[in-house]
Design a protein around this ligand. Structure first.
Ligand SMILES: [Mg+2]
Length: 462
């Protein structure tokens, strides 16, 4: 175990909601809820102002609307979150080559491997080492504010386990250091769920055995935990209960992939049968992906033809997902592009560019809602035709505007969609660098109004 608290865990505060508040001056200090706004939508992130009303991640959106009806409800802007995530991860990589992102807004960093490693190693007392780590972490937090305007919480400790616990205690906008040597005392009163690898099922099993806190686990001992949870899991939980965690910070986890494939006894030539097999493979691939607790961004289809020629086709999604519907639809789309004349002897489906994406999968929700909206739009177009025939009134082709979307108006400049309905769209004209902007309403088909790219939160100097 390390005697210097040189592992840090960084977690951006209410990241998606914070990006929205930084982008939209009128929302600063107000409750903001980002997530799927459709019928089955769930909250992805709630701002701290919304959390006061009891709104939290993974809550059904309908419930969030009841608890906090006056919040701004926004569909996520994945490109903006990704852009700011890249800035933050870049600042972390200036501190060490060992950066392990867990999601867009969370990462472990091993300071020992970076430019400050020698200074940390040279510290003569634990207090001196702790002072140095605290100074480095405060400098990092200030750097993030300077480059993004967003706040981060940081935990520092001698292990990943304790660094993560420290950052939770630091929230929001704080810094907590857990001294090496104090792990067991810090963990003792915590509920068993605080340890990684203990989910609801394990918690229940432990509760039935009368084990509720981490101290209970440590006292129960190795043999008892192995008897309850099996050898590998029991041993791991026992070690964690004592604060023993030697897991290294592992960079570049995105390099790996998960895939499954099948070779057929008889070459498949029937297009429907091939589609069906691709769907089955995609489902298996998703199960395997989920078993690793990860998500992937690139879907890969592998086809070996009757003549043993092998080809792969891939499609990269806007964000990582483990959603079966999204991955299956993508694999099906890739299969439809492949010439299968003569027959297919092997099919494979894989997911690459993996990430530990534990946040509620906003991306999958967006895909689903876009699909639903497209289908609804198609119906609307059909109805429009009927209306046109009856009343001879030509409605402009319906364009879809969604809450939070970046837009530009030819006359009024950049802004964002505050809401839309009954043929109208309301836009607030403000930017990350302006004051609170004014609201104007347009017809949904107004040709002066166009979707646009997210602006950076900090304007480039110059
Ligand atoms: Mg966060």
């Amino acid at each position: 175990m390390r005697t210097v608290p040189s592992i840090i865990h960084l977690d951006m505060d209410a990241f998606f909601a914070a990006v929205e508040q930084a982008s939209k001056p009128s929302l600063r200090g107000k409750p903001v809820i980002v997530g799927g706004l459709g019928g089955r939508g769930v909250v992805s992130t709630a701002s701290y102002e919304a959390r006061k009303f009891g709104v939290h991640s993974a809550m059904p959106m309908a419930q969030a609307r009841r608890l906090c009806p006056n919040a701004a409800f926004l569909t996520g802007r994945f490109a903006a979150y990704r852009a700011n995530s890249e800035i933050v991860m870049g600042l972390l990589r200036e501190r060490s080559p060992l950066v392990e992102p867990l999601s867009l807004d969370e990462a472990f960093v091993d300071l020992e491997a970076g430019p400050y490693g020698p200074a940390l190693a040279a510290a003569t007392t634990p207090a001196e080492a702790a002072q140095l780590v605290l100074a480095l972490a405060e400098d990092l937090r200030a750097d993030i504010v300077e480059h993004t305007g967003l706040t981060a919480s940081v935990g520092a400790a001698g292990s990943k386990l304790m660094a993560k616990i420290a950052s939770e205690r630091a929230k929001p906008d704080g810094l907590v250091l857990i001294e090496p040597g104090s792990e067991r005392a810090v963990l003792a009163p915590m509920p068993v769920r605080a340890l990684p690898g203990i989910g609801p099922a394990t918690e229940q099993a432990l509760r039935r055995a009368g084990l509720a806190t981490v101290a209970d686990l440590a006292e129960a001992g190795y043999g008892e935990l192995v008897a309850l949870l099996g050898k590998a899991h029991g041993a791991g939980v026992f070690q964690m209960s004592l604060g023993w965690d030697e897991r290294p910070v592992v960079p570049d986890r995105d390099a790996k992939s998960v895939s499954v494939e099948d070779t057929f006894e008889v070459d498949l030539a029937d297009r429907d049968r091939i589609t069906r097999e691709v769907e089955l493979l995609a489902a298996r691939c998703v199960r395997r992906l989920r078993a690793t607790g990860r998500s992937g961004r690139t879907v890969v289809l592998k086809v070996r033809r009757f003549d043993f020629s092998t080809l792969t086709r891939s499609e990269t999604l806007r964000g990582p997902t483990d959603d079966e519907e999204v991955i299956t639809a993508t694999a099906r789309r890739l299969a439809a592009q492949v010439d299968v004349t003569g027959g297919v002897r092997l099919l494979g489906v894989g997911v690459a560019q993996l990430a530990d994406f534990t946040q509620e999968d906003l991306f999958a929700q967006l895909e689903r809602e876009e699909k639903e909206a497209r289908e609804a739009g198609e119906q609307a177009v059909e109805q429009d035709v009927v209306v046109e025939e009856e009343a001879a009134v030509a409605e402009p082709a319906a364009r879809r505007w969604w809450p939070g979307q970046d837009v530009t108006h030819r006359e009024f400049g950049p802004g964002w969609v505050q809401g839309s309905g009954v043929g109208r769209v309301t836009v607030r004209f403000e930017t990350p660098y302006s004051g609170v902007g004014k609201v104007r309403t347009f017809a949904v088909g107004d040709e002066e109004l166009e979707p646009s790219e997210a602006l950076p939160l900090r304007a480039a100097a110059g």
